[in-house]
Design a binder for this molecule. Structure first.
Ligand SMILES: [Zn+2]
Ligand SMILES: [Zn+2]
Length: 308
């Protein structure tokens, strides 16, 4: 079978390898589709240095062979979403229920000689416990978004949005759009901040109440004007720029929650904040990393039932 390997910045090769064989408790999956994460994009451009890498972890697949029995109603030919990032199950984080921040999450599987989840292959091996069956009528493009949706779902849950709260989403890329859909489903009144006019228009069409152009408008003033002077109850940062963090914290409401969904690049960048904001307004600044098994299961339910 053929398999894509990332060799270095902007260097990709297609290699021919033997069809892998599933061990007991594993399945051979034929890859239908694989979406690309910012992690793989940054590795491609050289911002991150996980090379050589068998990238691709946002996969829609069909079961070819299951080695052994399964409790799932799962048969050859069935379509599945696949959780492909490492969750060791043994470290403190996993055992405390935070498998999204598994201490070995970046110990990439070495099954093919080169590390990586290997979604950019014609076939791959996955543990049966990592397969999430999908109804046959769900488009494969939707199934491939299960993993990123699970990450967004974690972010949404951590923000604990109450109905009618003012929710600001900074950045309307794919992750921002998924935040928008889930924030609306939670009853949030959503304001987006996005310099691209087409993306602002799309956000308004999807149900956002207002859209700010941060390249031309004063972010903090606009947030206050749009929230009757109250500020943002919840702010999701869905861009990798450190410069947005300070204004987001300053525009937070009393009891506001500011979530770092995106990682900040370049890594190591510092931000300056007035600590009295946290004292005076009880603002919480936090973030989320990846997704847990439960987040993945719940995202798979949303995709399977066409709710996102
Ligand atoms: Zn991803
Ligand atoms: Zn672990």
């Amino acid at each position: 079978m053929r398999q894509v390997v990332l060799l270095g910045p902007r260097q990709i090769a297609v290699q021919e390898v033997d069809l892998p064989e599933p061990e007991p408790g594993e399945a051979l999956i034929r890859v239908e589709l694989c979406a690309l994460c910012t992690w793989e994009q940054r590795t491609y451009t050289g911002e991150e240095t996980f090379v050589p890498l068998l990238g691709g972890h946002e996969v829609t697949g069909r079961v070819e062979v299951i080695n052994g029995s399964t409790y799932l109603d799962l048969h050859p030919g069935d379509r599945v979403a696949i959780s492909l990032l490492n969750r060791c199950g043994q470290c403190q984080a996993c055992r405390r229920g935070y498998d999204n921040i598994c201490e070995h999450g970046f110990d990439l599987p070495l099954r093919y000689g080169i590390p990586g989840p290997a979604g950019l292959s014609e076939y791959l091996i996955a543990k049966v416990t990592d397969l999430f069956p999908m109804p046959p009528d769900v488009p494969p493009e939707h199934v491939a978004l299960t993993e990123p949706l699970a990450c967004v779902l974690r972010s949404i849950k951590r923000a604990r949005i109450h109905p009618g709260e003012k929710v600001v989403i900074i950045g309307m890329g794919v992750m921002g759009v998924l935040h928008l859909q889930l924030a609306l489903a939670r009853g949030g009144v959503v304001i987006v901040s996005e310099p691209n006019p087409d993306r602002r228009a799309a956000a308004l069409a999807m149900g956002a109440t207002a859209a700010i152009d941060p390249s031309r408008e004063a972010y903090g003033e606009r947030i206050l004007a749009l929230t009757d002077g109250w500020g943002a109850d919840v702010t999701f940062i869905c861009v990798p720029h450190a410069a947005v963090v300070g204004p987001a914290v300053e525009a937070a409401a009393k009891n506001g929650r500011v979530l770092m969904y995106s990682s900040i690049h370049p890594r190591g960048t510092k931000v300056e904040l007035d600590p009295n904001i946290f004292h005076n307004k009880e603002v919480v600044l936090t973030g989320t990393m990846s997704q847990s098994r439960r987040d993945f299961f719940e995202a798979a339910q949303l995709i399977a039932h066409g709710l996102v």
